[in-house]
Design a protein around this ligand. Structure first.
Ligand code: NAD
Length: 276
């Protein structure tokens, strides 16, 4: 049975909360959207899919979570590399749900290449999605959260917010920036019942990681199996991938009442990677 959390009175932990999770048609975002709904929140699922097929896929995923959990779950497509799309998504989510109490900035992409070959357009895309979109989304949700005197902002950052790896200049820069944004906004909104935190997963086997294995193999002259053993799992003392459910469980905790004094942190979920 999938995990759920309840208060001491048997009420779902996030009953009555309304959540927007960016980039939630796949991987970590999908698991967070699913877990928030299981724990009682209504949720807007988002993906970049503006094509008919991707939109249908997003709608199907939202409907599946709604059917499993009995919560209100809607899909809103938006390409968050376009700055104007971010406040549009937030407004659409607020309209669908009646407001946004929980914002999870999760959408992210990766590109692996040495600095002298790193395509400038990939740099721009990664900074736009992994950092600038979070800025626009936070800016759009904070006024209503302040009025309500309650809010939770969870930024899906990375172990790469804390340490670097070669060939990932744009990703590491964006994720370090996202942690800086997390700390700054946490201080600005601390007296308004709003917390802002960063989750810092190590390697999680999602399409984002699967896609970088062949590129890393090429850049480092390794086989794909060697990349998994010698690069990815070598970083993690547990020698296993973090799971999407483990990241979702941490997100739910940060959204709960029990976490109201936790703000401005970077929470490693990395099997000990950044303890080294
Ligand atoms: P994923 O590729 O499985 O999912 C990415 C999601 O982002 C998808 O829903 C996709 O539709 C969405 N997306 C992509 N481009 C978009 C755009 N332009 N506009 C809106 N949405 C867009 O990736 P994932 O591994 O689940 O990654 C999710 C987050 O977790 C990312 O921010 C990533 O950096 C972070 N993270 C992942 C890992 C890992 O090992 N997988 C580790 C640490 C952090």
């Amino acid at each position: 049975m999938a995990a759920t959390s309840k208060t001491g009175h048997g009420v779902p932990l996030l009953a009555g909360r309304r959540a927007l999770v960016t980039g939630s048609t796949s991987g970590i975002g999908l698991a967070i959207a699913d877990r928030l709904a299981r724990d009682g929140a209504d949720v807007v699922v988002n993906g970049s899919g503006t094509s008919e097929a991707k939109r249908k896929d997003g709608e199907r995923q939202a409907a599946a979570i709604a059917a499993e959990t009995g919560r209100r779950v809607a899909f809103v497509a938006a390409d968050l590399t376009e700055p104007a799309e971010v406040p549009r998504l937030v407004a659409a989510a607020a309209q669908q749900l009646g407001g946004v109490d929980i914002l999870v900035n999760n959408a992210g992409i990766q590109h692996v290449a040495p600095i002298e070959e790193f395509p400038a357009e990939k740099w721009d895309q990664i900074l736009a999605l992994n950092l600038t979109a979070a800025f626009h989304a936070i800016k759009a949700v904070v006024p209503d959260m302040k009025r309500a005197g309650w809010g939770r902002i969870v930024n899906v950052a990375s172990a790469h917010s804390l340490v670097a790896s070669p060939m990932k200049s744009a990703y590491v820069s964006a994720k370090h920036g996202l942690y800086g944004l997390t700390k700054t906004v946490a201080l600005e909104v601390a007296e308004h019942g709003i917390t802002v935190n960063a989750l810092c997963p190590g390697y999680v086997m999602t399409p984002l990681v699967e896609k970088q294995i062949p590129d890393t193999a090429r850049s480092r002259g390794m086989t794909e199996g060697e990349v998994v053993r010698e690069v990815l799992l070598k970083a993690q003392p547990t020698k296993r991938f973090v799971t999407v459910e483990e990241v979702a469980a941490a997100a739910v905790f940060l959204c709960s009442e029990g976490a109201r004094s936790i703000t401005g942190i970077a929470l490693p979920i990395d099997g000990g990677w950044t303890a080294q």
